[in-house]
Design a protein around this ligand. Structure first.
Ligand code: ADP
Ligand code: MG
Length: 233
């Protein structure tokens, strides 16, 4: 479904991604794992068209995505829920959700909203509340709900568990599993290696802008090197 080949990208003259290749099949959760600063968000930036790569290409459902074109990525159904949520704090929950369908999903906004509120009953209770007054967990739910309003074919979640309490982290990963069970493909970008691999089908480990390990999630979980570096075993 998604095929990324030999991606090189950076800022100014500083190279961040040093030839990254990654694939994701329909209906899969693929975890992209790595410590802070290795290039995960930069990778998402290229996928969603926010950043033009220096080299390499992204193919989505058989079509090459034009580089650096956020509209084309969104139209194709690549929807990014960015790191740090970036909701509009002074707008209401309803307004934030509605904006999620501004380009893609416009024709089905009302139906999509019903579906999102079914998935997130807590948002339904808070439709008229200003988004900035909600808890971190609720804001993350809102950010994901807003992404779903755009009718993703592939949902890219950039560190959805960041800054959440342990209980909410568990809830977040359960939600990711549920969304996937309904057929949604998900690229899960995370530092929480264990929980990500427990919910994902496959995983890729990024270090210093390059993929250093990849495979089936269960194999990665059992990998002694990975256990030593990331799982505290
Ligand atoms: N807008 C930017 N301009 C310059 N350097 C950046 C920018 N964004 C990120 N970087 C640098 O790129 C590297 C990778 O960052 P990032 O992709 O955010 O990593 P991660 O998401 O894995 O934490 C870091 O060294 C970071 O400082
Ligand atoms: Mg990041």
């Amino acid at each position: 479904m998604l095929e990324v080949e030999n991606l090189r990208a950076g800022y100014g003259r500083v190279e961040v991604l040093r030839g990254v290749s990654l694939g994701l099949g329909p209906g899969q959760i693929v975890a992209l794992l790595g410590a802070n600063g290795v290039g995960k968000t930069t990778f998402n930036g290229v996928l969603s068209g926010l950043l033009k790569p220096w080299e390499g290409c992204v193919t989505f459902e058989g079509r090459a995505l034009p580089p650096g074109d956020t509209g084309a990525a969104l139209d194709a159904g690549l929807v990014l829920v960015p790191e740090g949520r970036h909701i509009f704090p002074s707008l209401t929950v309803h307004e934030n959700l509605w904006l999620g369908g501004y380009r893609r999903g416009r024709a089905h906004r009302a139906r999509n909203l019903d579906q999102v509120l079914e998935t997130f009953p807590r948002l339904a209770e808070r439709l008229t509340q200003r988004a900035g007054t909600m808890s971190g967990g609720e804001q993350q739910m809102l950010a994901i709900g807003r992404g779903l309003m755009a009718e993703p074919r592939l949902l890219i979640l950039d560190e959805p568990s960041l800054g959440l309490s342990p209980l909410l982290v568990e809830e977040m990963f359960a939600l990711i599993g549920r969304l996937n069970a309904e057929g949604l493909a998900i690229l899960l970008v995370e530092q929480n290696v264990r929980l990500s691999l427990e919910v994902a089908h496959r995983g890729f480990v990024m270090e210093n802008g390059a993929i250093t390990a990849s495979g089936r999630a269960q194999d990665l979980l059992a990998d002694p090197d990975l256990q030593r570096s990331y799982l505290g075993v």
